[in-house]
Design a protein around this ligand. Structure first.
Ligand code: CU
Length: 124
């Protein structure tokens, strides 16, 4: 009788282990798909309006282009704080485009109005 109970518990243990191994391997062969990350846009437009860059911070993929449009009645500039790009004076309705080939965070400002600042985040 004792031998029978021992055999039954061993059988039970084997079944539990087999079940655990089975469920483990099935989850291993079907990994949860990673949630798709929102890819940064290839190109972005920034409006210059009411003495501000809108949006003041934009994100693009490496190789992407940002186009600024002056919607104000006064001239503005898009000038990189680090000096790598400069639109020079932009009249009303003028546009300036810049292609970003290197990943990084670029901060810029308007040469005429020090309160006007913006950021372009370029990702790989
Ligand atoms: Cu300005």
């Amino acid at each position: 009788m004792k031998k029978y109970i021992l055999g039954l518990s061993v059988l039970f243990a084997v079944v539990v282990m087999a079940f655990a191994a089975c469920s483990k391997s099935s989850s291993g062969s079907n990994p949860e798909p990673a949630p798709p990350a929102t890819p940064p846009a290839a190109s972005v437009s920034v409006e210059i309006k009411n003495f501000a860059f809108s949006a003041s911070s934009v994100s693009i993929k490496k190789g992407g282009t940002v186009t600024w449009t002056n919607a104000d009645s006064t001239p503005h500039t898009v000038t990189d704080n680090a000096g790598s790009f400069d639109s020079n004076s932009m009249a009303t309705s003028a546009t300036y485009s810049r292609k970003f080939e290197t990943a990084g965070t670029y901060t810029y400002h308007c040469n005429f109005h020090s309160s006007m600042t913006g950021t372009v985040v370029v990702s790989n």
